[in-house]
Design a protein around this ligand. Structure first.
Ligand SMILES: O=P(O)(O)O[C@H]1O[C@H](CO)[C@@H](O)[C@H]1O
Ligand SMILES: O=c1cc[nH]c(=O)[nH]1
Length: 238
């Protein structure tokens, strides 16, 4: 086992779905995977491995924010040999035409986090991006499944509650679709250690209108996105 994950080597599949919420991980495992077994409960950050259409897939909670997601992404790739991670998250819409429940795929991730700045000594503004193959597969899968998917850049923010809504307005002017809290770190760590990563999100809040889902919907209301993530994992991740 690693410091933060209780599984033994071999307990975790090469393809992992990464929701922030560990209870969403449990719901996905119980609802969509066959023969799912829980391999970790360390810190309550649940992880499960089962099969989807006969292919081994794991689903691991990653917590909220980039420091937490970085730990799980790093250990999954470096200590369990994970080859692809697909984040399955909620987000706040910045684009005026997005509605609650819409699905977004993040082609790239701007960030206000200092993690990458310190990684490059403050000299480079690294651009964290999705794996193109996974992104293309997710778009094709969504089309086959009849779910609209909006592809574009997002913001990975350190704060859920911002004091600078003016910056969100400016980002929307530059085509940034939505805000969440993990993608930049996941994309960067996957790139660093030779794994593939993609972030798919469902709009749970609208930053401009104030519309929002409740916590039960955030845990168990993202079936369309989960089906896209699972199908992408089994077809596009090898
Ligand atoms: O729904 P998850 O995957 O946790 O993602 C979003 O929700 C949390 C904030 O409520 C942050 O982790 C954010 O990125
Ligand atoms: O507004 C939101 C909704 C989900 N996740 C975020 O980070 N922000």
């Amino acid at each position: 086992m690693s410091v933060h994950i209780g599984g033994q080597p071999g307990d975790i599949a090469e393809r992992v779905l990464l929701p922030g919420d560990p209870m969403r991980a449990k719901w996905i495992a119980e609802t969509f995977l066959q023969d799912a077994k829980c391999y970790t409960q360390v810190r309550g950050m649940l992880g499960f491995t089962g099969t989807y259409q006969g292919v081994p897939v794991s689903v691991q909670g990653s917590g909220m924010g980039m420091p937490s997601a970085s730990i799980y992404t790093h250990e999954l790739i470096n200590e369990y040999g994970v080859k692809s991670v697909i984040r399955i998250g909620s987000c706040g819409a910045l684009a005026p035409d997005l509605q609650l429940g819409d699905v977004v795929a993040a082609i790239g991730s701007a960030t206000d986090s200092n993690m990458n700045r310190s990684r490059f000594d403050g000299l480079i503004d690294y651009a964290p991006v999705a794996d193109f193959g996974l992104l293309r597969t997710a778009v094709e899968v969504a089309e086959r499944q009849g779910t609209a998917i909006r592809v574009g850049p997002i913001l990975a923010a350190d704060a859920f509650y911002t004091d600078r809504p003016d910056l969100y307005d400016a980002l929307a002017d530059y085509g940034v679709l939505a805000v969440e809290m993990e993608s930049a770190a996941i994309y960067t760590i996957a790139a660093r250690y030779g794994a593939k990563a993609l972030t798919i999100l469902t709009v749970s809040d609208h930053i401009k209108t104030g519309a929002k889902m409740d916590s039960a919907q955030r845990e168990q209301g993202f079936g369309d996105m989960v089906r896209i993530g699972l199908e992408t994992a089994i077809t596009g991740a090898s």
